[in-house]
Write a protein that binds this ligand. Structure first.
Ligand code: SAH
Ligand code: SF4
Ligand code: F3S
Length: 450
């Protein structure tokens, strides 16, 4: 371990990518806090610059390069500054990254976060760049000290990695094979969080409904069993989970969604495409009809269920007719919201070698049509809530000006309503207005106080 005095007093941290990375950043802050460093808001004021990176699409890479320009400039101003690059891009580029960016001091992959103090020590003692890139989980980052923002919400990691190898996706290469965290450890963490006043949990994993499925898993239960266990913990009002893979939604999971009170009526269920040929080429493991049937079963079992999804446009070889299949799937399902991405080739992945890359104008044009279609359905779904009462967990102040509180429904919709925000309060709100992205209303009653 580096001794005090050798390390800077302050660090700046910027996080890219998904919630998994945001959650890892809580652990990075926890580790650095334990080493005596305080977090500062501006890179210029920090003795250490930490970038927790994402590699999911090319854009993520180029954005990072801009920030590394900032790091190079600040390091020139004070060569004692330390620059740390963590996360998925650190893992995917490893040592070539060191050669390309000589001002980077430490590189640490997502499965090696626990090594960060040792790497800093190595860097200080040897004066050489230090890196760690474990390929599978030997220690759960979830077990490291955590610096969590106060408030009623918390993330809980239940899995790492992914073994699905969707043909476009880099995650299995940078996060390693799927592994499930032991149920008793998750239970303990959740009980502690609940004691600290956390009311809403989001269980995190690339494919949470495969929890406990991997061969020789030491999890001690499957996903429905985990939900049941956590739903019984005192103080846990709401449980969410992300991400679900359509091929692994079991009847018992549908039953758990329907029956366990704290489990919220929202499933994020990435479909990626509405075309069977594209779904096969993506190696998703289901067909359009399987997905539609699953949506039917979910909606039948869980009244008021919100469904959100991820979509990729212009996968290699996607024809206009295949894209039209994605549009028609939007009409058949009517999602509450969707994230849309233009296909981005990632080295190492199978799809990177496929012919038939769309011209950027074609991809953009399809994206425009898709987003419009999604917004139409999202607005309609939200409009249906006007005049109804919804339960809202208050999270904080709205980004709108004035005394406006912001919270979310159990179905993950953002609600703004006039009043002083008390994070953690559960309130009933009558909805007056809706757009495709949020709801606005008035407070009707307090359900429980924080
Ligand atoms: N594990 C989750 C999602 C992980 S990545 C799942 O399987 O659903 C989040 C989203 O990024 C994916 O759902 C996909 O829509 C998108 N994505 C992943 N790789 C991509 C790529 N190479 N190009 C464009 N979008 C991609
Ligand atoms: Fe990537 Fe597919 Fe795994 Fe999701 S399930 S992380 S898209 S490989
Ligand atoms: Fe990005 Fe890694 Fe998440 S590649 S999307 S930060 S798992």
């Amino acid at each position: 371990m580096p001794s005090p005095g050798e390390l800077p007093d302050t660090f700046f941290l910027r996080t890219f990518g998904c919630q998994m990375n945001e959650h890892d950043s809580e652990r990075i802050c926890g580790l650095l806090g334990q080493l005596g460093l305080a977090r500062v808001e501006r890179a210029d004021d920090a003795g250490m610059l930490v970038y927790n990176t994402c590699s999911i699409r090319e854009k993520a890479d180029t954005r990072l390069l801009g920030h590394l320009g900032e790091a190079r400039r600040l390091k020139r101003l004070d060569p004692r500054r330390l620059v740390v690059v963590a996360g998925c891009l650190a893992q995917s580029r490893q040592t070539e990254f060191f050669a390309e960016f000589p001002f980077v001091d430490v590189l640490v992959g997502p499965q090696s976060l626990h090594e960060l103090p040792l790497l800093l020590n190595e860097r200080i003692e040897s004066g050489r760049q230090a890196g760690a890139f474990e390929e599978s989980t030997s220690r759960w980052s979830a077990e490291l000290p955590r610096a969590r923002r106060d408030g009623p919400l918390a993330w809980v990691q239940i899995m790492t990695g992914c073994s699905n190898y969707c043909s476009y996706c880099i995650v299995p290469y940078v996060r390693g094979p799927e592994a499930s965290r032991p149920l008793r450890d998750i239970r303990r963490e959740v009980a502690e969080l609940a004691e600290q006043g956390v009311k809403e949990l989001t269980l995190l994993g690339q494919n949470v409904n495969a929890y406990g499925n991997e061969r020789a898993s030491g999890a001690g239960g499957d996903f429905p069993a985990l939900l049941e266990e956590l739903a019984g913990i005192d103080g846990v009002e709401r449980i969410r989970f992300m991400t679900s893979h359509p091929k692994d939604v079991s009847s018992r999971l549908i039953q758990a969604l329907a029956e366990l009170e704290p489990v919220c009526e929202h499933v994020h269920l990435p479909v990626q495409s509405g075309s069977d040929r594209i779904l096969r080429a993506m190696n998703r493991g289901y067909e359009r009809d399987d997905y539609l049937r699953l949506v039917g079963r979910l909606r039948e079992a869980v009244p008021g269920l919100a469904l959100t999804t991820d979509l990729i446009v212009a996968f290699p070889g996607e024809t206009e007719a295949e894209f039209a299949d994605t549009l028609s799937l939007m009409d058949e399902v009517g999602f509450d919201a969707a994230f849309t991405f233009v296909y981005s080739p990632r080295s190492q992945t199978a799809a990177a070698a496929l012919p038939g890359r769309a011209a950027p104008q074609v991809a953009e044009e399809r994206m425009g049509r898709l987003v419009e279609r999604i917004q139409t359905h999202a607005a309609r779904r939200n409009q249906e809530l006007v005049g109804t009462r919804v339960e809202v967990m208050v999270e904080g102040r709205s980004r709108q000006s004035g005394e406006v509180a912001m919270g979310r429904t159990r179905t993950f919709k953002t609600v703004n309503f006039p009043g002083e925000p008390h994070p953690g309060d559960l309130v009933e709100v009558v909805i007056d207005e809706a757009t495709s992205t949020s709801l606005r209303g008035r407070r009707a009653a307090l359900v429980t106080e924080r």
